[in-house]
Design a binder for this molecule. Structure first.
Ligand SMILES: Nc1nc2c(c(=O)[nH]1)N[C@H]1C(S)=C(S)[C@@H](COP(=O)(O)OP(=O)(O)OC[C@H]3O[C@@H](n4cnc5c(=O)[nH]c(N)nc54)[C@H](O)[C@@H]3O)O[C@H]1N2
Ligand SMILES: Nc1nc2c(c(=O)[nH]1)N[C@H]1C(S)=C(S)[C@@H](COP(=O)(O)OP(=O)(O)OC[C@H]3O[C@@H](n4cnc5c(=O)[nH]c(N)nc54)[C@H](O)[C@@H]3O)O[C@H]1N2
Ligand code: SF4
Ligand SMILES: [Mo]
Length: 717
């Protein structure tokens, strides 16, 4: 960022940060086309208390020396600048040839987290693949929140029925595998300043129970910390449900709109509490105590998130967390988890002609979640011949080689494609084999209204983003690229029924409910609270569709019964006695921002393995020792950090490190990858059977003082 020179005319622009779902309001001071400062927008009525270093440093990404500023075409090991016309013509020609010869499924897509933060980008990407007719769609949900979508779908009938925490009225929080002190309160939802609001409630006497194998930054503030065994939260929750039924602490009247409660009762009684206690590693007495506190609180909520969701039993854990809320009368109630009233009906997002694909995947035959296949299967879909084999792939705002399991296998598969198109701000690890790199547009450069995101905030709030500065000269928005490419290949978007303009589409969505117009929203640059928080919207949405809450969906019940009968699945593996989980840093956003805010993290991060102090002593290991971390999938070297804050048997490595950033013009690595790519240790065959998510948390590993072999897996070749 440049220092302000007094004579220059500066202007304040108001927008919000699109790095994470908190969508913190920003005041951006600009002069001509330069950003001089980024601060929290104190005029934002909803989010103004939230802001972090990631937004403060946002312009360093936007104006980064290796940012992609023009379409780039591969030429040997380097890239050459090309025009959009050339890119569209050449990509279009290859797509047409592939679609004609091998069918629409020969063209696939992986979309990452930031793609979803753009309304126009995500809408036009979907429309493009609808227009082609390809089912080969993969997304970040399969290394993140698939459990939420699957449970919402089966219990409430919509992939997008995301129930928000009603923090200010809650007297008892049960947080499972979430660390909002660092990550914020977001997971298909927006609760600005959520963590501080939780702490305020605690100051006023609320209970805060946090279930986490690590005494996380959040758990340090809890009234009770429960250091569960990784991936076994389901047993803790089942024990609580059982205790509540056994003592008659449930609220049958709260389940009047639910189906399957009797079956739930039966299944909750199948295992004895001592067994469940052994499985989750939490004393039976503690399980009873937590159940009692939760059931007796005047208001309460259970929230299960990423910790268990990216482990082996993510769906079951998410399901039981909803069951706990349901049977104790916390669903769709003040102080519990509720479906907010909003400008859009979330249930309609996956209704209608674009109802998501439900066909099992081609190679492994696994069902998609919310219409997307699991990233773990992408290498097979690229390499296994046959009808529907992917030969061209788009990677839109994602870094799947770094974010998913066994990235080296995906990396090899990507190298075998006939066409790889990366749409991003930078060329990262996942884009190294790209034939074409297409510029992404930074969030500070786009004006748009994310109408679907407006449906998941805990208060009726809406804000359109403002264009603070122009994109680099000539750069088209991602949606324009999809529009132009669709035209090139003669496949009209939206079946030709809608004009391909994101503003008109957003206006159409708003008109369905008729609460606010686009112009009214844009005329409030700080955002607008347009009503009072209200309840009962889940009930209304279900009634409108003539359905009830499904308390005990068949697949979940069957999987739970299977787990209860499979004692071996719940024992550790003597070959790999530790379980590896993950950790986030405030400065980083998954695998990006290493180049800006993440770069400010001092010391050697990203190649550390944190270990329980007793475990370390038993292995004669101490701080600073170099060790080999080995799993069934791979092996890495790391430095030991001894910690008193981790449950015995659990080790921690941060994800997001160890991936490279390239300068495409020179073909060189711009920045040495820091740390190791710990997801290389995660198998892409060992998945949550319901969500298709690999065990990014809970990976069985062994730790040894010296390397097992000289061949250490890493992404470099
Ligand atoms: N600074 C920062 N903020 C972020 C992000 C970021 O990368 N950096 N990412 C954003 C994104 S994309 C997301 S999805 C959200 C995620 O936000 P959260 O849902 O809060 O997830 P995490 O921050 O990963 O915290 C998960 C916690 O679960 C614990 N854990 C691991 N395994 C288990 C388990 O098996 N059981 C239990 N009970 N706990 C377990 C970990 O120790 C950790 O403390 O954060 C968002 N916010
Ligand atoms: N072990 C382990 N693995 C994990 C997790 C974990 O907790 N532990 N967390 C998981 C979670 S929650 C998530 S969300 C995933 C993330 O997985 P991904 O979404 O695949 O990866 P990101 O690291 O978020 O990469 C985002 C990419 O988008 C680019 N980008 C940023 N803004 C824009 C834009 O406006 N337009 C375009 N076109 N591109 C943009 C960035 O430069 C970057 O290359 O990782 C998952 N992986
Ligand atoms: S990255 Fe930071 S500033 Fe941006 S929305 Fe998230 S919490 Fe807010
Ligand atoms: Mo995520």
């Amino acid at each position: 960022m440049n220092t302000v020179s007094k004579e220059r005319k500066t202007q304040a622009k108001y927008t919000y940060c699109s790095i994470c779902e908190q969508a913190c309001g920003l005041k951006v001071t600009v002069s001509e086309d330069e950003i001089l400062d980024i601060e929290p927008d104190k005029g934002n009525p909803y989010t103004w208390k939230d802001f972090c270093i990631k937004a403060k440093m946002a312009d360093d990404v936007r104006s980064h020396p290796v940012r992609i500023r023009t379409p780039l075409k591969r030429d040997g090991s380097k890239y050459v600048k090309a025009s959009y016309e050339e890119a569209i013509e050449e990509i279009g020609k290859k797509l047409k040839r592939l679609i004609d010869a091998q069918g629409p499924d020969s063209v696939g897509v992986y979309s990452g987290n930031p793609a979803g933060f753009g309304f126009a980008n995500s809408t036009f990407q979907s429309a493009f693949f609808d227009a082609i007719g390809s089912r080969q769609r993969f997304w970040v949900g399969s290394v993140d929140q698939n459990a939420l979508h699957l449970v919402a779908n089966r219990m409430y009938g919509s992939n997008w029925a995301s129930l928000q925490p009603d923090i200010d009225l809650c007297k008892c929080f049960l947080f499972i595998g979430t660390n909002p002190a660092i990550s914020g309160m977001n997971w298909v939802g927006k609760v600005p300043d959520g963590w501080r609001r939780v702490l305020k409630a605690v100051d006023q006497g609320a209970e805060l129970m946090i279930v986490d194998p690590r005494l996380s930054e959040s758990a340090q503030k809890a009234t009770l910390h429960i250091a569960v065994r990784p991936e076994q939260d389901w047993a803790l929750l089942l024990g609580m449900v059982q205790t509540i039924f056994d003592h008659g602490w449930d609220k049958p009247e709260a389940c009047e709109q639910a189906n399957g409660v009797r079956e739930l009762r039966r299944i909750a009684g199948l295992a004895d509490l001592d067994y469940l206690s052994r499985v989750c590693g939490v004393e039976a007495e503690t399980i009873r105590d937590v159940a009692q506190r939760f059931a007796h609180a005047s208001t309460a909520m259970c929230v299960a998130r990423t910790g268990p969701a990216i482990g082996r039993h993510g769906a079951i854990t998410e399901w039981l967390s909803h069951v706990l809320n349901l049977i104790t009368g916390r669903t769709d109630r003040p102080g519990g988890r509720f479906l907010p009233g909003s400008l859009v009906d979330l249930f309609t997002l996956d209704e209608g002609p674009n109802f998501p694909n439900t066909q099992p995947s081609r190679v492994k035959g696994r069902p998609p979640v919310a219409g997307f296949y699991s990233l773990a299967e992408l290498p097979d879909e690229i390499t296994v011949p046959g009808e529907g084999q992917i030969r061209a792939l788009f990677i839109n705002g994602g870094n799947p080689v770094a974010s998913g399991a066994q990235g080296q296998q995906l990396d090899e598969a990507l190298a075998s494609l006939e066409l790889l198109v990366a749409i991003d701000l930078m060329q990262r690890e996942s884009h190294r084999h790209a034939h074409w790199i297409i510029p992404g547009v930074h969030f500070l450069e786009r004006e748009e209204l994310h109408v679907s995101a407006a449906g998941v905030s805990d208060e009726p709030f809406v804000q359109a983003s403002a264009q603070c500065v122009e994109p680099p000269v000539g750069v088209r928005h991602e949606w324009e690229f999809f529009r132009d490419l669709a035209e090139e290949i003669g496949r009209p978007l939206f079946g030709g029924a809608l004009e391909p303009d994101p503003k008109l589409i957003a206006q159409g969505v708003l008109a369905r409910k008729g609460i606010l117009t686009y112009d009214e929203i844009v005329s409030h640059p700080h955002g607008l609270i347009y009503g009072e928080k209200s309840y009962g919207h889940l009930k209304a949405a279900l009634a409108k569709r003539g359905r009830t809450i499904e308390a005990c969906p068949r697949e979940f019940k069957e999987e739970l019964e299977r787990l209860l009968h499979d004692e071996s699945a719940n024992r550790g593996d003597p070959q790999f006695p530790y379980q590896l989980i993950s950790r986030r840093r405030l400065q980083m956003m998954n695998s990006w921002l290493t180049e800006t805010s993440g770069a400010k993290i001092s010391g050697e991060v990203g190649d550390q393995v944190e270990m329980n102090a007793e475990d370390a002593a038993n292995c004669n290991l101490t701080d600073g020792d170099r060790v080999s971390v080995r799993s069934a999938a791979g092996e890495l070297e790391a430095t030991v950090v001894v910690s008193e804050k981790i449950r015995s048997g659990v080790v921690i490595m941060e994800h997001g490190w160890g991936a490279r950033l390239f300068d495409p013009i020179s073909g060189e690595e711009f920045q040495e990858a820091r740390g190791v790519a710990r997801n290389l240790l995660v198998s892409r065959d060992d998945l949550d059977p319901l969500t298709g998510v690999p065990r990014l948390n809970g990976t069985p590993v062994d730790i040894r003082a010296k390397a097992y072999s000289k061949a250490v897996f890493c992404l470099r070749k």
